[in-house]
Design a protein around this ligand. Structure first.
Ligand code: GLU
Length: 473
């Protein structure tokens, strides 16, 4: 389809969370896949509830996930005069009018109706008013909504929607202080920005008829709408922070990769056969909003982890080197990168786990696991550590690869009449202090003989008090 223009229009009253990012992604994919435009509009008219931090975090999150938008970010707070112009236009055209009904009376009527189990609708008393306005009352501006018929639109997810004109009243488009109201500005902006397709959460479904009233009053073309069901918790409830309703940047802090998060989100509410893993290229190729699901999707933390492990495993060394400093670790030397990165990638699901294992490999053992200590503490291992230190001291060549380490351990075991296999547990104890972590031969190859000797010596000290003995190695 040609000339698709979509937009993402967050309100910066809180941080960008994953529901918002999913909406942005759907809009982004649809525009990009069709050579169209994807626009970003910050809906910051609620000056009291907006936070600059939240605005910045939205832009930051876009940067992090690599979603680019066209043109400059549009800030509604900078467009008040434009909105006022359109209020004037409608007033002039007789499509909107001043309403002098006092707030207090309105409140009273509303309460009265509520007490009777009804919803009060403004009675349009000023719709055709041409008398003298009451003194001292600052009027609001109301739009002339249709009195009969239906507002009909085809929602790309929900199907055909029909709303009787009776359900709408002449809603306010400008408050008594002159500020424009939400549905009015959304419609104006979407129209002026040339938005052809609006994909958004279905919590906005009930706003759509009002926005259509504004479009029609101003003679703008109504865009296509796609109202996407919410992301629910696994229990089918509103997503809580515990379930994953976090700010997008918190996912970064927790060690998730943007590729994984986007892949995870695209599948919440959209599917393409039973494919689970989508590169950005594939998302662009296959995404079609007409395949958006009308049933709510549910958040699955395990699946996100699984996807993250997948993308983490695919990261190349250069990318890892760029990312690692964010997680508080320097880029290690070449040997470590080449030998240990693949080992650690295989064993971690998040970058936080990756860095934990990396640090465990690189830092001298601080404390030994008690259970392992009990298992390892015997005379044979004390003997083994001592002999192995002598052996390593006498070694004339460096051990550069895990294979070289393994064959050297085998040669040593052979020489000592031991089984090479039985040496790996004490070596793990010495090199890492506990079970888990990476393979021991790769670790020795990556750290080199000197660091290995230091760790073995420390392990030996932990097994026996050799402080008083003369160290012969
Ligand atoms: N600003 C609205 C929100 O953050 C979205 C408006 C829209 O997409 O039309 O929920």
């Amino acid at each position: 389809m040609n000339n698709i223009v979509t937009r993402f229009a967050p309100s910066p009253t809180g941080y960008l969370h994953i529901g918002g990012l999913r909406t942005a992604l759907f809009n982004y994919l649809y525009a990009r896949a069709n050579g169209g435009k994807f626009l970003l509009r910050i809906e910051d008219t609620d000056l009291a509830r907006n936070s600059t931090d939240a605005k910045d975090a939205i832009i930051q999150a876009f940067d992090w996930v690599g979603m680019d938008y066209d043109g400059e970010v549009v800030y509604q707070s900078q467009r008040f005069s434009l909105y006022t112009e359109y209020v004037e236009k409608l007033l002039k055209a007789g499509k909107a009018y001043y309403c002098y009904m006092q707030k207090e009376e309105l409140e009273e009527k509303r309460k009265e109706a509520e007490a009777n189990g009804q919803v009060w609708q403004y009675d349009r008393r000023y719709r055709d008013f041409n008398g003298t306005p009451p003194e001292g009352v600052k009027p609001v501006v109301r739009i002339k909504a249709p009195l009969e018929g239906e507002i009909v639109f085809k929602d790309g997810v929900k199907g055909e929607m029909r709303i009787s004109a009776k359900e709408l009243d002449d809603f306010i488009i400008a408050r008594s202080d002159g500020t424009p109201t939400y549905n009015f500005v959304v419609a104006i902006d979407d129209a002026l920005m040339g938005v052809t397709d609006v994909i958004r959460g279905d919590d906005h479904l009930s706003n759509t008829p009002k926005q259509i009233v504004v479009y029609e009053a101003l003679g703008f073309e109504v865009p296509r709408f796609f109202h996407v069901p919410m992301i629910l918790s696994p229990q089918g409830k509103k997503l809580s922070k515990r379930d994953g309703a976090m700010s997008v940047m918190e996912y970064k802090d927790l060690g998730y990769l943007p590729q994984a998060l986007l892949n995870f989100l695209v599948r919440l509410g959209w599917s393409y056969g039973d494919q689970e893993i989508f590169s950005m290229q594939e998302m662009l190729e296959f995404f079609d909003p007409s395949n958006l699901n009308s049933a709510p999707s549910s958040y699955n933390a395990e699946k996100l982890l699984w996807l993250n492990a997948h993308y983490l495993n695919m990261l190349n060394t250069e990318s890892l080197n760029v990312i690692l400093p964010f997680y508080g670790t320097n880029v290690p030397n070449q040997e470590v990168q080449e030998i240990l990165y693949p080992e650690i990638k295989e064993r971690s699901k998040t970058l936080v786990e990756f860095v934990e294992i990396l640090k465990k490999c690189l830092n001298p053992v601080e404390s030994f696991d008690q259970k392992l200590h009990q298992k390892v503490k015997n005379d044979e291992n004390i003997h083994f550590f001592k002999e192995f230190l002598v052996y390593l001291n006498a070694l004339k060549k460096p051990l550069k690869t895990p294979q070289e380490v393994e064959s050297e351990i085998a040669a040593f075991a052979d020489f000592q009449g031991l089984k090479a296999k039985s040496l790996f547990m004490p070596l793990r104890y010495a090199m890492l202090g506990s079970s888990g972590g990476v393979g021991i031969a790769p670790l020795i190859a990556a750290l080199g003989i000197e660091a290995t000797k230091e760790r073995i010596l420390k392990a030996l000290e932990s097994l026996q008090d050799i402080g008083k003995e003369e160290k012969s190695f």
